[in-house]
Design a protein around this ligand. Structure first.
Ligand code: NAD
Length: 362
């Protein structure tokens, strides 16, 4: 593996490749040479490249992990694929559908694998919840509710001003740091538990001023309807409690899920942080509550598993757990939510996909 981008999330993104017996991180590249050298030393990587092109030309690199800001994703992933490398690209894959479609076309013609990595899909409590839903533990899933609670700064990971700067710039990020960047995870979760496409979305997104020229998109309340029958709805709410301590080894926020079905309710009580010391997964059914305690709950596990899946997929010649089509659909959802908030109206995902919108009304 070669790593392009050795910033904040590289701390966790390396875990699967370091753990896999048949993988090795052989080379790194970052615009900040000191950062790249420190990572190479920590990971035992033999080479530090000053430029992405040199990393992509390195014969000891079979695949690259791309961890750069979103405005660079398309260019970096395209160049890596053309150079003959497999690519694991962090979510959100691109800022726009046009960027993603161009990239997918390059991938299709390259004979190499392009995987978009979204780590919540590999988080053990989410996987257990998904297995329970698929086994029918809550009957027919009818509603998915996601709740993100952000807390006061200073209690978890340090996030440098440089990292904050590109993320808070909607042009470089592709949208809001909360509802587009972090939102990609929550939209993915919304899609994971209901076996139907999301059809329509309505978003209320308030922009809060942080500094003279820095705004963050939150609080926000986003709701949606899945296609078909029975009627199935979902919602995602994000709240910043700036005086509240969130126990976390990572970002000072946490995400909880509630899945209502025709016969029961399922909760996933944690993810990025350790906000609630509740069992990570709880099932209510037939008047009884069952808690699942035997799960690995550290958020880092999702990155480790996701890295291992990518290596296994390459070795086995199979599609990684997350397909490109799946990544595209989540991006459509995120873009539809942003469009709804900007226009103050409900948006059909078909509008964003380019397909005709389903009829409005009853
Ligand atoms: N899955 C998650 O939960 C999660 C969390 C954080 C970040 N991410 C994603 O990971 C990616 C990186 O985020 P981050 O928080 O680590 O950002 P970061 O700003 O901390 O790191 C980005 C790194 O890229 C380097 N870089 C920028 N331009 C470069 C160039 N042209 N050539 C070489 N290096 C360059 C920077 O020097 C920096 O070290 C983003 O896509 C982000 O959305 C995902």
């Amino acid at each position: 593996m070669g790593f392009l981008g050795c910033g904040r999330i590289a701390d966790l993104q390396c875990l699967g490749y370091l753990a896999h017996p048949r993988a090795e991180i052989t080379a790194v590249c970052d615009a900040d040479p000191a950062r790249a050298r420190a990572r190479a030393e920590a990971w035992g990587a033999a080479r530090v490249h000053a430029e992405p092109e040199a990393l992509f030309a390195d014969p000891d690199v079979d695949a690259v992990e791309i961890l750069t800001p979103h405005d660079l994703h398309e260019a970096h992933a395209t160049a890596a694929l053309i150079a003959g490398k497999h690519v694991s690209l962090q979510k959100p894959p691109t800022r726009t559908l046009d960027e993603l479609d161009r990239l997918a076309a390059v991938a299709a013609g390259s004979g190499r694998v392009l995987r978009v990595f979204e780590n919540f899909s590999h988080y053990p409590p989410h996987l257990r919840a998904k297995a329970l839903v698929d086994e029918g533990a809550v009957g027919t899933p009818l509603s998915v509710r996601v709740k993100t609670a952000a807390g006061r700064f200073g209690d978890g990971w340090e996030v440098t001003p440089a990292t904050q700067a590109w993320r808070l710039d909607p042009e470089r990020c592709g949208g809001g740091a909360t509802t587009f960047d972090h939102g990609y995870h929550c939209f993915q979760m919304a899609r994971l538990f209901v076996p139907a496409p999301v059809e329509r979305v309505h978003a209320f997104i308030h922009w809060t001023q942080l500094a003279e020229r820095a705004w963050i998109d939150g609080p926000a309340l986003i709701s949606w309807r899945y296609a078909g029958d029975p009627p199935r709805l979902g919602s995602w709410e994000v709240i910043a409690s700036v005086g509240m301590r969130v126990r976390s080894d990572y970002y000072v926020s946490d995400d909880r899920l509630e899945i209502h079905g025709s016969e029961g309710i399922l909760w996933v009580n944690r993810c990025t942080g350790r906000l609630l010391e509740e069992p990570s997964v709880v099932l209510y059914r037939d008047g009884e509550t069952r808690a699942f305690h035997d799960l690995e709950t550290d958020w880092a596990a999702s990155f480790r598993r996701g890295g291992i899946d990518f290596v296994d997929a390459l070795l086995e010649g199979r599609t990684p757990a997350q397909s490109l089509g799946d990544a595209r659909e989540t991006l459509v959802f995120a873009l539809a939510a942003a469009r709804s908030a900007a226009t103050g109206r409900e948006v059909a995902l078909g509008e964003v996909r380019g397909a005709p919108a389903p009829p409005v009304g009853r």
